[in-house]
Design a protein around this ligand. Structure first.
Ligand SMILES: NC(=O)c1ccc[n+]([C@@H]2O[C@H](COP(=O)([O-])OP(=O)(O)OC[C@H]3O[C@@H](n4cnc5c(N)ncnc54)[C@H](OP(=O)(O)O)[C@@H]3O)[C@@H](O)[C@H]2O)c1
Length: 272
């Protein structure tokens, strides 16, 4: 019998879509989260061995972020544990144009495992089930941006790319920059949501300090909030204001549009 596929972050935005797709193909999935039957905790390396036992293929989402100061050491230890456990193939969820994340990617590339790296742009689903849902519902979305446009990616596409890399040959040794097909300013993206939902919601650019304050106000510890605010500001400084061809290269089709994402999220009741 084929061994289970480990999905680290299996209840998160990307992991749950990856797990659902694998299960729909009749493949067996082992959830790797702090609350799963066999728990996996990035902060508790002694949980990794059991989670990796008898696993050949894994989807790896690192929390909180590969750009976090602790990530490099943790990923180095994880790569060693995965090699020791006999993991054959790894699909790593990373991000675009981030030097600290790229240093973590290099650890995976230097391993003995078959690897595929996913570098997505901002998730469209941040507006419907992630950090900006509350902003949409309260009428104002705010991030520290220079005004640069962003090729928001629908993570249904990201999950399709991940599953292809997990289950099919020919994706090993590939770095896929997975973006949407269109560049939208944050104003334009939020205007699409307002039009499709009929909600009174607008966008306002803010400073990183203000953004960090908003995160602290919703209960995020100050150090994490300040790290996230600085990271977001750096990601939105214009260096990622371009589309890429990860979806087309991996799947041979165009990415889903932002409008399509809005219509689906609205139909699913995400903004009610
Ligand atoms: N959002 C974006 O626009 C964006 C863009 C590019 C890249 N990314 C990257 O995407 C990754 C996040 O993926 P996601 O959005 O799919 O996740 P998510 O929705 O934030 O969900 C987090 C998942 O990870 C698990 N988790 C949280 N802390 C954990 C820990 N210490 N050990 C093990 N599991 C833990 C959670 O389950 P439990 O709480 O039960 O453990 C949950 O299954 C990050 O690395 C981020 O850098 C995000």
């Amino acid at each position: 019998m084929q061994s289970e596929i480990l999905v680290i972050g299996a209840t998160g935005k990307t992991g749950k879509r990856v797990a659902q797709r694998l299960e729909a193909r009749g493949l067996r999935v082992r959830h790797g989260t702090r609350r799963s039957k066999i728990p996996f905790d990035w902060e508790q390396p002694d949980t990794w061995g059991a989670a990796l036992r008898d696993i050949e293929v894994a989807y790896v989402a690192y929390l909180p972020d590969l750009a976090a100061p602790s990530a490099h050491g943790v990923i180095a230890a994880f790569v060693k544990a995965a090699e020791d456990a006999g993991l054959r193939r790894v699909v790593l969820l990373s991000e675009r144009n981030e030097a600290r994340a790229q240093a973590c990617e290099q650890l995976v590339k230097d391993s003995s495992m078959e690897w595929t790296i996913l570098q997505p742009s901002w998730f469209a689903q941040n507006f419907s089930e992630g950090g900006f849902l509350e902003g949409v519902l309260s009428g104002e979305v705010s991030v520290p941006t220079s005004g640069a446009a962003e090729p928001f990616v629908d993570i249904e596409d990201l999950a399709d790319v991940a599953v292809a890399a997990l289950t099919e040959d020919g994706r090993t040794g590939q770095v896929y920059e997975v973006t949407g097909a269109e560049l939208l300013t944050w104003d334009e993206a939020v205007a699409h949501i307002a039009r499709i939902t009929g909600r009174d919601v607008s966008f306002r650019a803010c400073t990183a300090e203000e953004f960090g304050g908003m995160l602290i106000a919703v209960g995020i510890p100050e150090e994490d909030a300040n790290f996230t605010a600085t990271l977001v500001e750096q990601m939105l400084d214009g260096k990622n204001a371009s589309t890429s061809d990860g979806v087309q290269r991996a799947l041979g089709r165009e990415p889903r549009s932002f409008v399509q994402f809005c219509q689906d999220a609205h139909a699913q009741g995400c903004w009610e």
